[in-house]
Design a protein around this ligand. Structure first.
Ligand SMILES: Cc1cc2nc3c(=O)[nH]c(=O)nc-3n(C[C@H](O)[C@H](O)[C@H](O)COP(=O)(O)O)c2cc1C
Length: 203
């Protein structure tokens, strides 16, 4: 049972969350986990202007995903930073390349889940995940979120990401805040939850 974690991260927040998702998947007996990045669409020049070059280098050992690889996994967990309340353009471009898979029903019945990151607390985490789900439903995925049995999403004693739709983190306006312990626990929970459901489904 293979779970593929497919993400884009500009400054490393989603990457940290992806690592926690990976750990969670690995907690399920017999579950194989793999992490892949979607291809970059911005030039080095633009990335430099956005102050993202160093962070990109820290992720450079993670292989780039091809759309056809989506069909080789039983479960897919997508990670994307918010862009105006939606998935980032890199992820959109990647998924727009999955037309042949859609045409051939290649992803129908697989399990999928989404986690995200935003700059501000109310900057569109829920809309990013929910609008991502539309694409996943077109492709025929069975969508899994982050149930309230992850109790950390009920916390009000500290600012935290995480909702029934999926794990999330708040990066701060300048990207200065990295995922908290609670947010990483949510990501771990989501990875384990998705892999657990997928392994029961595909037994
Ligand atoms: C073009 C652009 C649009 C963005 N739109 C939003 C937004 O709508 N709401 C928000 O809270 N943050 C927004 N952000 C901030 C990013 O979501 C934030 O940098 C990201 O979550 C950090 O995760 P990463 O380090 O994994 O890329 C935007 C950033 C960029 C560059």
């Amino acid at each position: 049972m293979k779970t593929l974690i497919v993400f884009y991260s500009m400054y490393g927040h989603i990457y940290q969350m992806a690592n926690a998702v990976f750990e969670g998947v690995r907690e399920v007996e017999g579950a194989e986990a793999e992490m892949k990045r979607v291809p970059e669409t911005l030039s080095q020049d633009i990335l430099k202007k956005m102050g993202a070059v160093e962070a990109q280098q820290r992720m450079s050992h993670i292989p780039i995903c091809t759309v056809n690889e989506l069909a080789s996994a039983d479960a897919l967990i997508f990670g994307t930073p918010t862009r105006y309340g939606n998935m980032c353009g890199q992820m959109r471009q990647f998924l727009d390349g999955a037309g042949q898979l859609w045409l051939n029903d290649a992803l129908v019945g697989k399990v999928a889940s989404v986690f995200t990151s935003s700059g501000t607390q109310h900057g569109g985490q829920e809309s990013t995940i929910l609008s991502f789900h539309t694409t996943l439903l077109h492709l025929g995925f069975i969508i899994v979120g982050l149930p309230y049995s992850f109790h950390g999403q009920k916390r009000v004693d500290e600012i935290t990401g995480g909702s029934p739709y999926g794990a999330s983190t708040i990066a701060g306006g300048g990207g200065e805040r990295m995922p908290s312990e609670n947010e990483l626990a949510a990501a771990r929970f989501q990875g384990k939850h998705v892999a657990g459901i997928a392994s029961r489904l595909f037994k």
